[in-house]
Design a protein around this ligand. Structure first.
Ligand code: NAG
Ligand code: NAG
Ligand code: NAG
Length: 413
């Protein structure tokens, strides 16, 4: 009400110049009594601002004269400014004016509640006005309590990763794996999708497997920077499995042998090595126990240095977790030493005859191939001694003895 009173026209300026151009003299006489009326220079622009920025909404009026321009909020009808004065108590609102013509409404640090219409009104009778709209863009924000947290589940279950976000305009959600690996999805019967990203709030994984395990990112974006993401870890539990690439490993005496096992398990398994009939093998001068881990996969390696006769045999790798345990076996067999090395060995034995004999008799009792010359690995069968091979080995043994006899005395044959 106070507004109307304030705005009551005060001065009337009679203008004749423009009216004289119109045709009829009757009209001229009538219009001479009228005011020179204010006119808007152009429409009020619509302003789009990101949350927290400052917005300026201009109102340009020609021939305002003694009339007053006011800014009014369309939705609430609240009067923000009148003429050169700020009426509202909203401290974020200010006004700049010049030449009794430009009235620029400033809104500092715009909020979502500032979104809406702003009317520039002139207190003519009847009043004239224009409206401009302020749009406030809000960058996306993930609603944590409506989104999935880290998940621990068993293989074979159905899993939904969910991510909700707010923002203006409404954000869209996409999912991808942190490592950018594809996400295998089963969409209905017989329909499979392998994609590196998925659009939508809910990422449904039917019958989850270990390949789904990992870190997922849900990314919310609506064109207003910055986009935001949330990281969700999917843990898929399963009992250990082992894979032994070489179940049969051959090596020479004196060499280093490496035995490999690959295990997969989640929760992470306890992995260890044993030789048949002995304790868990620990790293020491003889053995080196090592492993390389890559998420739920472990590459176990047992290295045996400076192989001796008694190091050959069957080794087992074990993997155990809360869901189960498994083991794999590797047979380490001796590859007979080639002739040239035999000579060399023979040379060494020259000085320790007694040892040589003991060694040799034990060797031939265990395996007649101990001093054999052929290089082929034995067959997969654990018992490799067939009579033909034994005969050949005996020949080899004689050959060695013959060589040795040149140096010392062979007492075996
Ligand atoms: C501002 O937007 C409204 C609709 O929201 C439209 O009617 C008006 O023409 C627009 N004004 C300008 C200057 O574009
Ligand atoms: C998982 O989803 C599939 C397909 O929608 C359904 O056939 C199966 O019964 C579900 N499994 C569980 C454990 O809910
Ligand atoms: C994903 O699963 C939820 C329930 O777990 C369901 O409401 C939603 O429709 C599913 N979405 C798709 C795309 O299958």
């Amino acid at each position: 009400m106070c507004f109307l009173r304030y705005f009551y026209p005060l001065i009337v300026i009679l203008v004749s110049t423009s009216i004289e151009k119109s045709g009829s003299s009757n009209v001229i006489n009538m219009k001479k009594e009228t005011d020179k009326m204010p006119v808007f220079v152009g429409p009020i622009p619509n302003v789009t601002m990101a949350l927290g920025r400052d917005a300026n909404i201009p109102c340009l009026v020609n021939e305002l004269g003694a009339y007053r321009a006011a800014w009014i909020r369309v939705e609430t009808k609240a009067i923000l400014t009148i003429h050169q004065h700020v009426i509202t108590r909203n401290y974020r609102i200010s006004l700049s004016h010049s030449d009794n013509r430009n009235f620029i409404l400033h809104i500092k640090d715009v909020k979502e509640s500032d979104r809406g219409g702003y009317m520039c009104q002139i207190n003519t009778v009847p009043m004239i006005s224009q409206v401009g709209y302020l749009d406030v863009l809000v960058p996306p924000d993930i609603i944590v309590d409506q989104s999935t947290s880290d998940i621990i589940t068993r293989e074979g279950t159905n899993v939904t990763l969910k991510c909700k976000a707010k923002g203006y305009p409404e954000p869209s959600i996409s999912w991808r794996r942190e490592d950018d690996e594809p996400i295998p999805l089963i969409l209905g019967i017989g329909k499979k999708l392998i994609s590196s990203s998925y659009e939508g709030e809910s990422l449904n994984i039917t019958r989850v497997t270990r390949v789904h395990m990992g870190a997922y990112l849900c990314i919310a974006s609506n064109g207003v920077p910055p986009s935001v993401s949330r990281r969700v870890l999917l843990h898929v539990q399963f009992p250990p499995v082992l894979w032994v690439p070489n179940q049969l490993v051959g090596a020479h005496v004196g060499e280093i042998a490496s035995l490999d096992c690959h295990s997969e398990a989640y929760p992470v398994s306890i992995n260890f090595w044993k030789k048949t009939g002995s304790e868990v093998i620990l790293s020491n001068k003889k053995f080196e126990v090592s492993s390389k881990e890559k998420s739920y996969k472990v590459h176990m390696r047992l290295s045996i240095r400076n192989l001796e006769k008694e190091d050959f045999g069957t080794y087992s790798c074990f993997a155990k977790n809360s869901l189960g345990s498994t083991q794999g076996s590797i047979r380490l067999y001796e590859i007979p030493v080639p002739t040239s090395i035999s000579n060399h060995e023979a040379g060494n034995f020259k000085h320790m005859n007694g040892d040589f004999l003991k060694h040799q008799s034990r060797g031939s009792a265990k395996s007649s191939r101990g001093f054999g010359l052929e290089k082929d690995p034995p067959s997969v069968e654990a018992t490799i001694e067939n009579s033909a091979e034994t005969r050949r080995s005996m020949t080899s043994l004689l050959t060695i003895c013959f060589v040795i006899m040149n140096i010392c005395v062979c007492t075996v044959i």
